[in-house]
Design a protein around this ligand. Structure first.
Ligand SMILES: [Zn+2]
Length: 89
């Protein structure tokens, strides 16, 4: 994946926003509601397992939130990584 959504994923994302996003949700810092959706899926890597997210940025102050793409149902859930093999010796 290069951060761009497939056509199916784009439909899922659009449907998620139409069902879940409050157009009047205000930034907790500056109280603006001028959110802009980032054009890419970004990857976060806490410890060993990655997570994919969408960014919402408020244009007035730069406050940013992350929405987990798998929890939103836009991307398929991440596979659980195999445990590393232990080496003898
Ligand atoms: Zn703000």
């Amino acid at each position: 994946m290069d951060g761009k959504l497939s056509a199916t994923e784009t439909v899922r994302l659009t449907e998620w926003y139409s069902k879940n996003w409050d157009q009047h949700f205000k930034c907790p810092v500056c109280q603006s509601d001028k959110w802009q959706t980032g054009g890419h899926v970004v990857e976060m890597r806490p410890f060993r397992q990655g997570g994919f997210a969408f960014i919402q940025v408020i244009s007035d102050c730069g406050y940013t939130i992350f929405l987990n793409a798998s929890v939103m149902g836009v991307l398929d859930p991440l596979p659980v990584p195999a445990a590393p093999e232990k080496k003898d010796g």
